[in-house]
Design a protein around this ligand. Structure first.
Ligand code: PLP
Length: 449
């Protein structure tokens, strides 16, 4: 008889969940459908992983945000931040709700035009705007936000070429108590660079200041920072009016409100602790109202909110492809979506739901993606019941920044569907094939022989 092989003993901690007088608390949640559409049916038809967006959620969150600001201030305009999610279908829903477009490159500018947004409803931001794209934006009557002196100078040259003055706004960076300060964009307020660029423009007589803009960062958990930002912008607006006679048409406070996601270093769930949009609206509009603008000089408040509007409307359905144990005994599962698909895994402890109700003991588990790269960690630690290959995990909110920052790295990008308000499911982006990736490539003849 062959001697049995030695197996190293392993102790695994099982967590049954805390008990209370009604029984054991449930710590892993499940969802079998999204907006009434069965998850298994969705992946059977469109594959896994799969991004799913819900039109109803998009519209509800947008309407609530618009209302939160409009009840407090009469001139409010949202401009959809393209980089947050520039799927045509998503952008068109926001434009249909009345939102303008906020773009940060020539490429995004072109997408907004193709989505039917008129130039005078496009805000052109960003640190790199090529001359020809600025020319087009000026001819389209777009709102150009100057980022640096070279751009100001380029616009002056353009004004000379076109033979007329150009309306512009400037981006301003400032200390609002949020660190690190995003001070590489625009002109600094505290060292008077912002005031000096306006004085310089005024002396040049070619550019006319019509607005000011600032974007203090992203996922800002402290609403009072916006009150500081708005108060500083208002003071700046009053100074340029008194000193140089510019009456500003708008004050653009940028984006940056948090979604209901949870940052890796946040202790409590974001859905329970991140403040709702109303609190941000109160902070911003109270600073505007404090300024006591005359009615005929009331500037439009522009918001470039991205993440807080779209995140919750998107989910990623994934499938378990393997179960494994690390040498130290830690349980791991591999799923079919990695950080190349779900970029926001670097920032968030997403909510991860089971695709079906499962009993059994929970065990601390690491969730890895399918990339052959050590950084491909979707969640370093989460309590999950035993999983089987093919089981679904739904990761949410996943609507912001993923479908713009994703990449074809090792695996191609999956399909995206939109569930309409009428319950109809439409594929709004096909899963990629090798042809999608190889289409733009050419091989020199001598390598083909
Ligand atoms: C200029 C500008 N506006 C708007 C946004 C959107 O920000 P968020 O998605 O945090 O609302 C960004 C994002 O970085 C930005 O840089």
């Amino acid at each position: 008889m062959q001697k049995k092989q030695y197996e190293r003993p392993m102790i695994v901690k099982h967590i049954a969940g805390l008990s209370n007088k009604v029984g054991r608390a449930k710590t892993s949640k499940s969802m079998q459908s999204i907006s009434g559409i069965n998850i298994k049916e969705l992946t059977a038809k469109y594959g896994s992983p799969l991004f799913v967006f819900c039109e109803k959620t998009i519209r509800e969150i947008y309407k609530n945000a618009l209302r939160s600001f409009s009840v407090r201030y009469p001139k409010v305009q949202f401009a959809w931040s393209y980089k947050t999610n520039y799927l045509d279908s998503i952008c068109k829903i926001y434009h249909d709700e009345g939102s303008w477009a906020e773009v940060v490159s020539e490429y995004e500018y072109e997408m907004a035009i193709r989505n039917g947004v008129p130039g005078n409803k496009i805000i052109y931001n960003g640190p790199y705007k090529p001359y020809e794209s600025l020319k087009r934006a000026v001819n389209d009557d777009a709102m150009i936000h100057i980022d640096h002196f070279d751009e100001m100078y380029m616009l002056e040259q353009l004004s000379e070429e076109l033979g007329h003055p150009i309306d512009v706004a400037i981006r301003i960076n400032m200390d609002t108590g949020i660190y690190p300060i995003w001070n590489r964009f625009g002109f600094n307020l505290e060292n008077h660079e912002a005031m000096n660029v306006v004085r310089r423009m005024h002396l040049g007589k070619k550019l006319n200041l019509v607005g000011i803009h600032s974007h203090i960062g992203t996922f800002i958990l402290e609403p009072s920072a916006y009150k500081t930002e708005t108060a500083k912008l208002v003071e700046f607006a009053k100074t340029v009016e008194q000193e140089l006679g510019y009456t500003l048409k708008y004050i653009d406070i940028g984006g940056g409100f948090p979604s209901v996601n949870t940052l890796h270093d946040q202790y409590a769930p974001g859905a329970e602790t991140n403040k709702p949009v109303e609190v941000y609206a109160e902070a911003i509009t109270s600073a505007l109202l404090d300024a006591n603008f005359a009615p005929e000089r009331l500037p439009t408040l522009i918001l470039e909110t991205g993440r807080a509007l779209i995140d919750e409307a998107g989910s990623l359905i994934t499938s378990v492809v393997a179960n494994k144990r690390l040498p130290n005994g830690t349980r791991m599962v591999i799923i079919d979506a990695g950080v190349s698909t779900l970029f926001t895994a670097f920032w968030y402890k997403h909510e991860i739901m089971l695709g079906e109700d499962k009993g059994g003991l929970l065990e601390e588990t690491s969730i890895y993606g399918p990339l052959c790269m050590n950084i491909d960690v979707i969640r370093p630690s989460i309590r999950l019941p035993a999983m089987t290959v093919g089981d679904k995990l739904i990761i949410k909110p996943a609507g912001a920044y993923n479908v713009t920052q994703w990449m074809q790295f090792i695996h191609m990008r999956p399909a995206i569907v939109l569930i309409g308000e009428n319950g109809k499911v439409d594929c709004i982006r096909n899963a990629e094939t090798v042809d999608t990736v190889k289409g733009p490539e050419m091989t020199p003849d001598w390598l083909n022989s």
